[in-house]
Design a protein around this ligand. Structure first.
Ligand code: CTP
Ligand code: MG
Length: 220
């Protein structure tokens, strides 16, 4: 089972508000994207494609090992993953799509995703339980309902797919579609998505506080 990792790293990181594109922001002196690539490799991925902001290609090439394939991203995460998938080549039996913004994903999470694919899942996502009471509000912010927490999950990356299944699902999707993850792309094509256990250490760096937490994590 030849596994290719696609790392979505073409975002700007507007909510983080750094000078650099978020994937190049250092964590313990190394860019987030370097951590994310290493996590995939440590978990058993054979090749890695990194999708980068076109204007920053040289900086990414300098930050990453030479074996990593760089591809220009698009205006949305969906467009960027679509570009990465086109570069992933038909030698790949399975693909794992990962966020550069998740630098500290333990290799065990990657292994769980690969195992589920080897066991026959066409699509699999790592998930965590929702620990807070979760409510629905109206336009004025007034609570109109409480969601049944026991059936809710928070979805992380890397998300794993049979390559042909993901390619077919992207081919069905409108050119300007903008979905927040890839499981939504295959679900729109009617594909069942399995789950494996995620990990709190695989949290996404979105705002400054997340980066501060990641720094504490690597210092432990
Ligand atoms: N991403 C991408 N191409 C885009 C937008 C996002 O490859 N056009 C990637 C980001 O680089 C990131 C992942 O998708 O690794 C998750 O997106 P998010 O956390 O939203 O990152 P940004 O879009 O960069 O951040 P923000 O939304 O705060 O601008
Ligand atoms: Mg974004």
């Amino acid at each position: 089972m030849h596994a290719v990792g696609i790392v979505a790293a073409a975002g700007s990181g507007s909510r983080l508000g750094a000078e650099l594109p978020k994937a190049l922001v250092p964590l313990a002196g190394r860019p987030l994207v370097g951590w994310a690539v290493e996590a995939l490799q440590a978990g058993g991925v054979d090749e890695v494609v990194v999708v980068v902001p076109p204007a920053e290609r040289a900086a990414f090439a300098e930050a990453l090992p030479p074996a990593v394939v760089l591809v220009d991203g698009g205006p949305s995460r969906t467009a960027s993953v679509r570009a990465g998938l086109a570069a992933a080549g038909s030698a790949a039996g399975v693909v794992l799509v990962h966020d550069a913004a998740r630098p500290l994903t333990p290799p065990a999470v990657v292994e769980r995703v690969l195992t589920a694919l080897a066991d026959g899942a066409a699509a699999v996502v790592p998930v965590l339980p929702v620990v807070d009471t979760t409510v629905v509000v109206d336009g004025d912010g007034v609570v109109t309902g409480t969601l049944p927490r026991a059936t809710l999950r928070r979805v992380q990356t890397p998300q794993g797919f049979d390559r042909a299944t993901l390619v077919a699902a992207y081919a069905r999707l409108a050119d300007d579609a903008d979905l927040t993850d890839d499981a939504a792309v295959v679900r729109a094509a009617g594909v069942s998505v399995a789950t494996v256990e995620g990990d709190d250490r695989s949290a996404k760096v979105t705002v400054r506080h997340d980066l501060d937490l990641a720094e504490l994590q690597v210092r432990r």
